[in-house]
Design a protein. Structure first.
Lengths: 306, 272
């Protein structure tokens, strides 16, 4: 009897010790099989001339050497940097303006909520639908944009926006204009709402108002949120978030005018079966994204998960 | 109601932004009811009579893709939230050997763009014999999205008052019971927010289904729409009706859960 209880409690203790690991097991099985093994393979295969089959020739750093001389990669990096800078400027300004204005509408809570819903609603429309609608907006023959220009008597400005190599990239930047709809507005708004109301009262007393208050008080107070959005934007743009937009709207063209590294990687891997080269490309991009994230963390001296 | 001058300016600016934001969708809605002749006469305004038949045409095409998306995304969502909840509970409630290390092993993935291992992940799915199956679609969705969810749930679980756990343990509740009966109900708003974000992400994923699926019957609505768009390029009524139909499930889901979604986002739980 006693031995049995002891045995039971012993196995119970063991089970208790193993319990957290059991809870972690499903998540880790997925992550190991579908993330970490592929990451490891990606690093390894970047050193091979490999077309996806069992045959692979070790070529050392030749893939990386080729990458740095690849015209398409150069152009796509340049396009990506342009897109990134633009997205960063947008994500740090327009949603902030919208959040500030919604927050300051304190006297009209009904309107406050109405705007919240209006700005969130387009966010739940599938991205592909938004992109296809913008494809229609930019259409050369029947597009909304050219329709508006014609209506304003500016026929000379009408053009097939996505077919013009000088304009296509800018057209892609403007998809989603005016960019207020999205997580950023809500997150900034949440940041402002979490500030103690005494802060605003003392602002009022000290006469800190308007832009001066925004720069001196508001922005420092929601700095964490601004930084989070900036980091997410970097990861998304480098990690191929623009992929859908560009694949559908221009396919990277005309020429390479809107080519981005994500699309370039996709084409190398699945159109030209240059799997090893695509791995080298993915690795390079990830290192860049990682470097920027770490730089951001060390610059601002805080962890992402704070 | 008296409106002060500063508020008026705010209202005007916000109203202007709202109109610009919503206009493309409203115009799409208008076009979805037009015949081609109506579209040519009046491309962007509302034309009467409304042609509901566009919706019948679009529904016949989009229906199968839509059900594919609903199926794949809901399973991926439930799966990811389950594995994330279990892992988050382990990290929040227990300290165990290597707990910090294992946590960072998961967290590290947030910093890496998924495109890095696109090619080997594709080949892994191929090796597992899952190409052109729902499994090959759903498992990678789960694996990627569970990490963020785990991170947010862990910080939420850690914030639950210790005394609740102590009381439950005194009453003889097992860890499993505590999780299901106490922790999950308390986390409902966060779980809803995560569920919506999760479904939105997998719903919007085009790249992965595009490379892993080859039979058209399996396409999710995002990929299906790309083909639908090629077919109906010159019949804008049915085309736009197809866009509207494809947006309805997420909009419904959002309306159903919008209160907890906005509250979840606004409460700072999803701050990262």
């Amino acid at each position: 009897m006693t031995t049995r209880t002891v045995a039971a409690s012993k196995s119970g203790k063991l089970l208790n010790k193993l319990f957290p690991y059991l809870l972690l097991a499903p998540a880790f099985i997925l992550v190991i099989v579908l993330n970490y093994i592929p990451i490891g393979e990606s690093v390894l295969r970047s050193l091979y001339d490999w077309r996806g089959g069992s045959r692979a020739t070790f070529v050392g750093l030749a893939n990386f050497k080729e990458l740095f001389q690849d015209m398409a990669f150069h152009i796509s990096m340049k396009n990506m940097i342009k897109l990134l800078v633009f997205q960063l400027v947008v994500i740090l300004t327009v949603p902030l303006l919208a959040a500030e204005y919604i927050f300051r509408l304190k006297n009209h809570p009904v309107l406050q909520n109405a705007f919240r819903v209006l700005f969130v609603l387009p966010m739940v429309v599938p991205r592909i639908v938004t992109v296809l609608i913008w494809q229609f907006i930019y259409d050369g023959d029947v597009g909304l944009l050219n329709g508006i220009l014609k209506g304003l008597g500016l026929v000379s400005l009408a053009r097939p926006w996505l077919d013009d190599p000088r304009l296509a990239l800018y057209a892609i930047m403007f998809v989603g204009f005016p960019w207020v709809s999205g997580v950023a507005t809500l997150i900034y708004l949440a940041g402002l709402e979490n500030v103690e109301s005494t802060v605003w009262d003392s602002c009022e007393l000290d006469g800190a108002r308007g832009l001066r208050r925004v720069f001196a008080i508001d922005i420092p107070l929601i700095f964490a949120q601004l930084r989070t959005m900036a980091v997410l934007t970097v990861i998304e743009v480098i990690g191929g978030y623009m992929f859908v937009d560009i694949l559908v709207l221009t396919g990277g063209g005309p020429g390479w005018a809107t080519m981005v590294p994500g699309l370039n990687l996709y084409e190398n891997a699945f159109k030209f079966s240059r799997m090893g080269y695509a791995c080298a490309m993915g690795l390079t991009l990830s290192l860049i994204a990682l470097f920027i994230t770490l730089l951001n963390m060390s610059l601002f001296g805080k962890k992402v998960d704070e | 109601m008296r409106i002060r001058r500063e508020d008026l300016i705010r209202l005007l600016v916000l109203g202007f932004l709202a109109v610009l934001t919503i206009a493309p969708f409203v115009i799409t809605l208008f076009i979805s009811f037009k015949t081609e002749a109506q579209f040519i006469r009046n491309p962007f305004g509302l034309s009467l009579p409304l042609h509901w038949s566009n919706y019948a045409t679009a529904w016949a095409e989009v229906r199968k893709y839509l059900f594919n998306s609903i199926f794949a995304c809901s399973i991926a969502c439930v799966g990811a939230l389950t594995t994330a909840t279990l892992a988050a509970y382990a990290f929040a409630r227990f300290s165990f050997w290597l707990d910090k290390f294992l946590f960072y092993v998961l967290m590290f993935l947030i910093m890496l763009p998924p495109i890095m291992s696109l090619v080997p992940r594709f080949l892994m799915v191929k090796r597992l014999g899952l190409l052109n199956t729902y499994g090959g679609l759903i498992l990678p969705f789960m694996s990627g999205s569970q990490v963020t969810a785990m991170f947010i749930l862990r910080s939420f679980f850690s914030g639950i008052n210790e005394s609740i756990f102590d009381a439950a343990q005194l009453d003889g509740a097992s860890e499993g019971q505590i999780l299901v009966r106490i922790v999950l109900p308390l986390s409902a708003p966060v779980l809803w927010t995560l569920a919506i974000m999760n479904i939105m992400t997998s719903w919007n994923n085009i790249l992965w289904p595009l490379i892993t699926l080859s039979s058209r019957e399996l396409y999710p609505v995002t990929v299906g729409l790309m083909f639908f768009q090629g077919q109906y390029a010159i019949q804008r009524g049915p085309l736009m009706a197809g866009y509207i139909i494809s947006s309805i499930p997420l909009v419904l889901l959002f309306m159903f859960a919008s209160k907890s979604f906005i509250r979840g986002l606004s409460s700072g739980a999803v701050k990262m």
